[in-house]
Design a protein. Structure first.
Length: 436
């Protein structure tokens, strides 16, 4: 075989390491190394020297170790066998990576296991040619992007899984929201993958996560998304899951006329146990129950028991569930109405004057009836007319020894105006009535 006189790179553009096919060299052979390349000469399985860009003559002056390995019987011009490797030191920024199968990761926010697929690109540069050839290339003749991805597939899949799991757990981010943090996650993964590549003489220029996808057909994902959509709907409308379940129960009771009373009571008890009776839930329950109780029974509107809220026929007086007299409530309300003793208008117990005639409200201390000014006792219950305390003016029942408002000790009352008098004056200080 003829001795090669000129050696130069003839590999493809995506190659990281390429071995020159011929090993028949001589001390006059010219080695041409392009920019962004390095050439490594191997003799007897040992890396002798690394050549940078430019033209080099393979002579013993340039390669001191070659003098010990090559006999020089021809006056310094000697043929020999050796291997020449060309290393591409340019940045390669479009190395693609991806997870062939989904990675099962537990969502830290919702606790369900979600399958995650991820893909992206990363950029590398060969930083130490000798270390790269010795540790990674071995006896291969070509080492390109496909080989690099194949060699490091197990590495980045493991690192990607660990990095995503650590990131979402530490940050407490749901996997459904992880795409909003892709930049941070990319840097997080680069910090964990770079040290491993450095052991093989490869520098990691960048590492990008282009997408984190969750299969829509997965049952856990579909169920989780459905639940989140339902929660969003409830937040917009303004009620909770417990309230919705109560509404469903009440609606079912309304559709079953034969057991509407017992079902409505059961729904009310369940609602009270689940979310508490009162507040917004109580208002919601009240609104729904109002819709249910106004049903149709033989063409007429049903009425409700004020005590147990069972549905009754319009002509039914006593409740069949608790025995409550529905007419007694109206009668009692009429009996407890307070009327002005002068004009007969209704007077509320917190009023001081009649809203119709302006008469001062003079309540009976026992039953609250408005007593006429000239009355000595209540016309309803017979209670004696109270008198005013001379200290604070508070109405005091007759026979009182002390004013319940100011604590004034009382001696007697004026027989004419009723003023409570302290001490033993001969005349009433209010009306001048003689007391003795």
């Amino acid at each position: 075989m003829a001795i090669v006189e000129v050696i130069k790179y003839n590999g493809g553009p995506d190659v990281f390491a390429w071995k020159y096919p011929s090993e028949e060299l001589g001390t006059w052979t010219q080695l041409i190394v392009n920019e962004a390349q390095e050439a490594v000469l191997f003799k007897g399985g040992k890396a002798l020297d690394v050549f940078g860009s430019g033209r080099h003559t393979l002579e013993t002056a340039n390669i001191p170790l070659l003098n010990k390995l090559v006999n020089l019987p021809f006056g310094g011009r000697t043929p020999f066998t050796a291997e020449v490797w060309f290393i591409n030191k340019a940045f390669s920024l479009d190395v693609k990576w991806g997870t062939a199968s989904p990675i099962q990761i537990q969502d830290p926010k919702y606790g369900v296991f979600v399958p995650v697929r991820s893909n992206g690109t990363f950029g590398v540069q060969i930083e130490e040619s000798k270390k790269f050839l010795i540790k990674l290339v071995g006896t291969l003749s070509v080492f390109d992007k496909t080989t690099l991805v194949k060699y490091f597939r197990g590495l980045y899949i493991t690192k990607v899984k660990d990095a995503i799991s650590q990131y979402v757990v530490h940050k407490q981010i749901s996997l459904l929201e992880i795409n909003a943090y892709i930049d941070e996650l990319s840097n997080f993964m680069k910090e964990r993958i770079a040290p491993t590549l450095d052991e093989y003489g490869i520098g990691l220029a960048n590492f990008y996560v282009n997408d984190l996808s969750i299969p829509e057909e997965d049952p856990a994902v579909a169920k989780l998304k459905s639940a989140l959509a339902k929660r969003a709907e409830m937040n917009i409308i303004g009620y909770s899951y417990q309230q919705e379940r109560s509404f469903d129960t009440l609606e079912g009771a309304a559709k079953n006329p034969g057991s509407i009373s017992s079902d409505l009571m059961g729904a009310g008890i369940g609602l009270g146990m689940g979310v508490g009776i009162g507040g917004s839930v109580g208002n919601a329950f009240s609104g729904v129950s109002q819709e249910i109780k106004v049903g149709k029974d033989n063409g007429t509107t049903v009425k409700e028991c004020p005590k147990c809220h069972s549905n009754l026929n319009p002509s039914q007086r006593f409740c069949g569930t608790c025995g409550y007299d529905t007419e007694a409530k109206d009668k009692k309300e009429k009996e407890t109405e307070i009327k002005c003793s002068k004009c007969g208008s209704i007077v509320v117990d917190n009023m001081k004057f009649c809203p119709e005639c302006g008469k001062k409200y003079n309540p009976c201390p026992e039953c609250g009836t408005d007593m006429p000014e000239e009355a000595k006792s209540c016309p309803v219950c017979g209670c004696e007319k109270p008198f005013n305390c001379s200290g604070c003016g508070k109405l005091i029942p007759k026979g009182s020894k002390f004013c319940p408002e100011c604590g004034l000790k009382l001696i007697k009352a004026c027989p004419k105006c009723g003023l409570a008098i302290q001490g033993s004056p001969k005349f009433c200080p209010e009306c001048g009535e003689k007391l003795e």
